[in-house]
Design a protein around this ligand. Structure first.
Ligand SMILES: C[S@@+](CC[C@H](N)C(=O)[O-])C[C@H]1O[C@@H](n2cnc3c(N)ncnc32)[C@H](O)[C@@H]1O
Length: 275
């Protein structure tokens, strides 16, 4: 059965419900997924691992697809069987200012979270675009660029050239963003800068991205500001209402900003402080 949107503006659509029930009814196919599932590691009422969600997402994505997934090492090790059929692509490490989890003397305070990119099909067939970061002094040896995805081959240089930018690193760059814990709209809200980088990496402009665990709507806001379309699913109506408020704010911001997809629009959004 086709699900009824909880909210839509034609670019971003939010569904209220369990993603495993909503996903089979979608009529449009997302090209990629950025997911931040409940890790199942705390006693929060929403933090329950939904068995089978990876397969449900896999059923709606194309044969060649990217799936970015936030999680802890414990989560990925315990739930590795859920990712059967997906290949490891790369990982990004988000370093937080404040630790998460219980503070006890027999464990390190965890100040990081992983985002793993899983994929299926051929890596070079998928969209990959990291926004290059500016550096004052590049140090490196000239070398040929690595194999690139088909859409990136045209016009690429044959040798490394210092243009004052570099490929972002897996730990530094936008992955290092302040935690919004305690001041955010969702107890596990991810920074917009981190999520924006993953949306941009895995989807071309105008493409449809899926977030089956929308939370406070970070992926949906990122997609809107990057000129992508998005489908979000959230099972808790308290959070769905927050998402709608946030998207309506993003719409206002978007209207006053540069054309969607420009850095200026994203930077403007990054200035937005959680309420
Ligand atoms: C880790 S949070 C996502 C936070 C989000 N990335 C953000 O930046 O705000 C996971 C969310 O998934 C929701 N959720 C849990 N199980 C779900 C399910 N089966 N289907 C859809 N949403 C679910 C929870 O209510 C929670 O808001």
């Amino acid at each position: 059965m086709t699900p009824t949107p909880y909210w839509t503006d034609g670019t971003v659509t939010l569904y209220l419900g369990d993603c495993r029930e909503v996903l089979p009814g979608l009529t449009e196919q997302p090209v990629a997924c950025v997911a931040d599932p409940p890790y199942g590691e705390t006693i929060a009422d929403w933090d329950v691992w939904p068995d089978g969600w990876v397969a449900a997402v896999g059923d709606v994505l194309p044969a060649s697809a990217s799936l970015w997934c936030f999680g802890s090492a414990r989560m990925f090790l315990d739930r590795a069987y859920e990712f059967a059929g997906w290949k490891y692509g790369q990982e990004a490490l988000w370093v937080k200012h404040n630790g998460s989890g219980p503070t006890s003397r027999d464990r390190l305070v965890r100040v990081h979270e992983w985002a793993y990119q899983w994929y299926r099909g051929r890596w070079t067939d998928l969209h990959h675009e990291w926004e290059r970061e500016r550096v004052t002094a590049n140090r490196g040896t000239a070398r040929k660029p690595a194999r690139a995805a088909a859409h990136q081959r045209e016009g690429r240089q044959n040798a490394w050239a210092d243009d004052g930018t570099r490929q972002p690193r897996s730990v530094a760059h936008v992955i290092h963003a302040p935690s919004v814990r305690g001041k955010g709209r969702h107890p596990d809200e991810k920074p917009l800068a981190v999520v924006s980088a993953l949306v941009r990496e895995s989807t071309p402009p105008g493409a449809l991205v899926l977030d089956p665990f929308a939370g406070s709507g970070t992926t949906l806001v990122a997609a809107r500001l990057l000129g992508r379309r998005a489908i979000g699913i959230e099972s808790d109506e308290r959070f769905a209402e927050i998402i709608v408020q946030r998207l309506e704010q993003a719409t206002l911001l978007d209207r006053d900003a540069q054309p969607a997809g420009t850095t200026t629009a994203v930077q403007a959004a990054l200035l937005e402080e959680p309420a």
